[in-house]
Design a protein around this ligand. Structure first.
Ligand code: MIC
Ligand code: SF4
Length: 641
């Protein structure tokens, strides 16, 4: 039987385990990336491991998230990351150089290699034919030290793209269509592999838009083959030497097949407040728009912004709309400046932001009360933009640009001009904002300013775990609920005690206080608990607050791994009715935990209701050891001793 591309790359990197879907495998990681809002933790953890120099082929530290510097905090973090990177063999991409995923695609990604990033949109690299996976900072730290990365061997879903997109229908609409069909939990435990004659007409940045937003499916990653289109892109980046052809075997098998006919697609939009709440743009009537934001790791490439510039050229932004644009990288911004497109954007009234995540993570540009914001981004969770009452729609750059002019959500097919853009033969290349690691590490002093606080570490598991249900939440709770991030909180990503004060507050303001008053306890959740970001702060803050176990209907992949890395029990209800019966403030107890953790079923007693729940502990042998030890760091220390 032939192999699909996912299986081929995983096989070439397999260190442990059998490639049977559902079983744990260990893979070798070639490259890592971090960004600043998860990076400080990752490097503190890397330093705690006592390894001098990274053992990967390439590790890069980006500064792109926490760019507002209202106080010393973000600047402290930047300085720490810059110095720690220099000392330990990591390339450093300075603030202003661009969004990690965009820059990595341009300058570092290599087809067929594995990439582990402390950011959930790391799968952007799948657009180049990489197995690129998002993970918590600690997993990335271990990979930097040469350690194996463990995942559940995924099922592979083949999305066959047929035909060709019609004008004004875009790569964004393809991934929105996949989200419409599979939903935000449809990708859990799966890799989405794209094939079919339709991929030939998609450039690498367009493919990267699709693999990027595959994160919203909950998928382990998404991947395209590496073909002539990939070679052209790498050649234009003066990196043709890293190109290899990669494709599935002719007789490759897949666990599921989804077919999309590109000729039939229309411009789509994800309505508030979930990326899978997708409808045709033409179905929305009179959605009056207050803000349009263009950029993010999904849609900020040269090609995207050139199309936006063509639509805006000679026009003026609607008087009721604030249009903000954040180019994906210095390369993109330079090229727009060189060819005059930047002037067209400015002349039309766009507000230019520096190259970075910006409004996507609520770093400024929060919309007005009850405002409607159209964004080319990937997540529209309630409150993520910084304004809880705002409604965010996710759209393509073309839909965003035309809507900025008309003032309402508008189908871009109403444009009568040709806005096609050719892929450049050569991008403008200047890596002067990337700093290479030191030749002489001993000469580098790591500067750790006062914003950087130690991270919490759990204790080995007690034989009896008890406490109250401190909160009960519904399905699809995101890490933006568990550990909110906005311009006010992001500066404290290196300060867990402070962040913990805001843990789960979008669901219930009282949660941190309850946790403290009760000396910790339990969290109860519904399906797909912890979807979204890779931030391990969503596990470290509960750990700091004394959370011992999280009881849910199902988990999202990265958050579950982060909880286990922190030594927090991850239990799922065997009988979904038990979720309905359990109440906030119920007193729970798990007896003989040390013995129970060795098996797959854990009995949780509800002392208040006099009942008990049969729950699954669906973890690998290695993860059981971690839970017993009180987390990954304790286990590593035990093993080293
Ligand atoms: C996001 O898009 O939510 C982030 C901010 O990039 C996160 C990382 C973080 O929380 O720092 C992600 O996607 O992993
Ligand atoms: Fe940055 Fe937004 Fe991409 Fe996250 S999703 S990496 S915040 S641009």
């Amino acid at each position: 039987m032939g192999l699909n591309l996912t299986q081929k790359i995983l096989k070439a990197h397999l260190v442990e385990g059998n490639m049977v879907p559902g079983e744990e495998i260990g893979i070798r990681i070639d490259q890592t990336l971090t960004q600043d809002s998860t990076g400080t933790m990752a490097y503190l953890q890397f330093q705690a491991m006592g390894i001098d120099r990274v053992k990967t082929k390439r590790s890069v530290a980006y500064i792109d998230h926490n760019m507002l510097q209202q106080g010393f905090e973000n600047a402290d973090d930047h300085k720490y990351i810059q110095t720690v990177a220099k000392k330990h063999g990591i390339y450093f991409s300075r603030p202003g150089n661009g969004i990690c995923h965009q820059v990595h695609l341009e300058r570092f990604g290599v087809p067929g290699e594995t990439l582990l990033g402390s950011d959930s949109h790391t799968p952007t690299g799948g657009g180049l034919g990489m197995i690129a996976i998002g993970a918590g900072g600690l997993d990335v730290a271990v990979a930097m030290g040469g350690g194996t990365y463990y995942i559940t061997m995924p099922k592979v879903v083949n999305v066959k793209l047929k035909g060709k997109l019609r004008p004004f229908v875009t790569a964004k609409d393809i991934i929105l269509e996949v989200l419409r069909r599979l939903t935000v939990k449809g990708g859990v435990g799966k890799v989405i592999e794209y094939t079919g004659d339709g991929i030939k007409s998609l450039t690498v940045p367009e493919r990267a838009t699709i693999t990027n937003m595959g994160a919203e499916l909950g998928a382990t990653t998404s991947i395209f083959p590496s073909d002539e289109v990939t070679r052209e892109f790498l050649k234009a980046q003066k990196r043709e030497d890293v190109w290899t052809e990669l494709k599935p075997d002719e007789d490759a098998e897949y666990d599921e097949v989804v077919e999309i006919n590109l000729d039939e697609l229309e411009p789509l939009a994800a309505a508030p407040h979930s990326p899978d709440n997708v409808k045709k743009v033409s179905e929305f009537k009179d959605v009056k728009v207050d803000q349009v934001a263009i950029g993010s790791c999904t849609n900020s490439s040269y090609m995207d912004l050139m199309k936006v510039a063509k639509i805006l050229k000679g026009k003026t932004v609607h008087p009721d709309v604030s249009l903000v644009i954040a180019p994906g990288s210095k390369q993109v911004l330079t090229m727009l400046a060189e060819n005059g497109a930047l002037a067209d954007l400015i002349a039309a009234g766009a507000r230019l932001l520096e190259s970075g995540c910006g409004p996507c993570i609520g770093m400024g540009q929060a919309p007005a009360t009850d405002a409607i914001s159209l964004r080319t981004f990937n997540r529209n969770f309630k409150g993520r933009c910084g304004t809880v009452s705002a409604s965010v729609y996710l759209v393509s750059p073309e839909t965003a640009a035309i809507s900025a002019i008309t003032g309402k959500l508008t189908d871009p097919r109403t444009i009568n001009e040709d806005i096609s853009v050719e892929m450049p033969d050569e991008f403008t290349i200047d890596d002067n904002m990337i700093i290479a690691p030191a030749e002489d590490p001993a000469s580098v002093e790591v500067i750790q300013g006062p914003n950087i606080k130690p991270f919490p570490i759990n204790n080995p598991l007690n034989d009896m775990v008890e406490g109250k249900v401190l909160i009960k939440v519904e399905d699809n709770i995101t890490t933006d609920h568990i550990m909110p991030s906005n311009a006010k909180l992001l500066p404290f990503r290196s300060n867990i005690p402070y962040l913990a004060e805001f843990c789960l507050t979008p669901c219930n303001d009282a949660f941190p206080k309850r946790a403290k008053e009760n000396g910790g306890g339990f969290i109860v959740g519904g399906e797909n608990y912890g979807q979204g970001s890779s931030r391990e702060h969503a596990a470290l803050a509960p750990l700091y607050l004394g959370i011992k176990a999280v009881l849910v209907k199902s988990f999202a992949r990265i958050h579950k791994a982060n909880l286990i890395n922190s030594g927090i029990l991850t239990l799922t209800f065997n009988n979904p009715e038990d979720y309905d019966k359990i109440q906030e403030f119920d007193e729970l107890v798990i007896e003989n935990v040390i013995e129970q953790v060795k098996g797959n079923t854990v009995i949780v007693k509800n002392k208040t209701q006099g009942t008990e729940y049969e729950m699954s502990l669906d973890v690998s042998e290695r993860e059981r050891q971690m839970l017993l030890a009180g987390g990954k760091i304790n286990l590593i220390k035990q093993q080293n001793a």
